[in-house]
Design a protein around this ligand. Structure first.
Ligand SMILES: Nc1nc2c(ncn2[C@@H]2O[C@H](COP(=O)(O)OP(=O)(O)OP(=O)(O)O)[C@@H](O)[C@H]2O)c(=O)[nH]1
Length: 389
């Protein structure tokens, strides 16, 4: 298995692939939550190692070791499909992939160790690799509309790679079968190693782009949302509300300031965890009663603010009443028989009016509702109190 000069040059491409896999492993280690980096790292490691090993073999050894090198390539394709499935949250059908791989290994063994037919080996391997790779593709295609440019580019490159793998028998046919008699020095081998390197570089580049994008999205999500309930926090609510208020088409806009009654006693009686669950369930009740463009925020503690677009005071009153009823009806997860109520202050925002002033007004109305015995909706300016449940 001595390596000569030509082989040294041929080793450059697979060595680059192995280095790319190391880069993906390192980024995965740093981030941990993006599994597809690990799977694609495994895919490139398997493929690169198999390419390196096969490049160092002579013609007889290529046949002798074909099952082992085939195993490397098949594992690479299997991990690659797993990576793609993981990015788009679809199944890569790993069992079916493994079954295709095992069948291919048996056929490879037959065509290299028993019948010695290198053309058949190449064809079997190419078809099996292409089929394993293509397994997650239809499911990804079905939900591709949800994704952005980067993910669409990645999918297109992957499809191209699947197509290239499946068409390899045709490439061998075009180059001429005689070439394969000196396998690792053939044009076929140069095309294979170079194209594998080009695709690996492209995939690594796109995957790292996806990883950076995912990290940025996660950071901005954490910056904008309350970690317990997933609702907007005060800062992101103010930002989003200011831009909605400036849009004349969304008028009238109403503002609801809500606060769970006697929340402290829930914590004191049933523990902080139960209090957290109540906050989550109340948030859910709020989200279930608003439309897509409306905003729901947790301003801290047990205080919530809702901004309803295209909503006059009547609709705002109805929404507040519905939330109150739902919260009281299922007590937001409290032990049976324990009452849970919520009070609201409701006001309407003027076009380009001062948001902070209106929030202050909503707060005042909320305190009025609390002073009036809680479990009610206090409406601005003179609609008065809704009935107490
Ligand atoms: N479980 C839980 N409790 C919280 C959280 N944030 C604030 N609290 C608690 O919420 C309680 C708020 O109590 P108060 O401000 O007295 O209000 P209240 O008991 O609801 O009384 P009223 O508003 O007057 O009806 C405090 O005991 C806080 O510790 C949280 O994230 N989780």
């Amino acid at each position: 298995m001595a390596v000569n000069n030509v082989q040294t040059y041929l080793l450059v491409a697979p060595a680059v692939i192995v280095m790319l896999s190391a880069a993906l492993f390192i980024v995965w280690r740093l981030k941990r939550d993006q599994r597809y980096l690990l799977w694609m790292g495994c895919a490139l490691a398997c493929m690169g190692s198999a390419l390196i090993f096969q490049t160092t073999l002579d013609q007889i050894q290529v046949a002798t070791w074909s099952v082992l090198t085939g195993l490397g390539y098949l594992c690479g394709a299997w991990f690659g499909a797993l990576a793609m499935g993981s990015i788009y949250s679809v199944s890569s059908h790993p069992r079916l992939g493994a079954a295709i791989g095992l069948t291919a290994l048996v056929m490879l063994g037959y065509f290299s160790l028993i019948k010695d037919d290198i053309v058949a080996s190449v064809h079997v391997l190419s078809m099996a690799l292409g089929l394993i790779q293509v397994l997650p593709a239809p499911a990804i295609l079905r939900q591709l509309r949800k994704h952005e440019h980067l993910e669409i580019a990645l999918y297109s490159a992957y499809l191209l790679f699947c197509f290239y793998t499946l068409s390899r028998p045709a490439i061998v046919h075009a180059i001429g079968y005689a070439e394969l008699n000196n396998y690792v020095y053939s044009q076929y081998w140069i095309v294979t190693t170079m194209s594998s390197m080009a695709f690996s570089l492209f995939f690594t580049f796109l995957l790292l782009g996806c990883a950076v994008k995912g990290a940025v999205n996660k950071l901005s999500d954490e910056r904008d949302h309350d970690p317990l309930t997933g609702l907007l926090n005060r800062r992101s609510f103010n930002e989003a509300a200011e831009s909605l208020i400036r849009d004349r088409r969304l008028q009238p806009i109403s503002l609801l300031v809500g606060d769970i009654d006697h929340f402290k006693s829930i914590n004191d009686s049933w523990g902080h965890e139960c209090g957290d669950m109540v906050l989550q369930n109340v948030s859910l009740a709020m989200m279930n009663n608003v439309r897509n463009k409306d905003l729901v925020a947790r301003f801290g503690g047990e205080e919530f603010v809702l901004l309803l677009v295209n909503s006059d005071i009547e609709r705002a009153k109805q929404v507040a009443a519905r939330i109150r009823e739902q919260v009281s009806a299922n007590a937001a997860g409290l032990p049976a028989g324990k009452p849970l109520t919520i009070s609201f202050g409701v006001t309407v925002l003027k076009f380009e009016g001062n948001l902070q002033e209106s929030l202050g007004q909503g707060d005042k109305l909320l305190y009025k509702a609390k002073d009036s015995g809680r479990n009610c909706v206090c409406v601005d300016p003179d609609v008065g109190f809704l009935a107490i449940a």
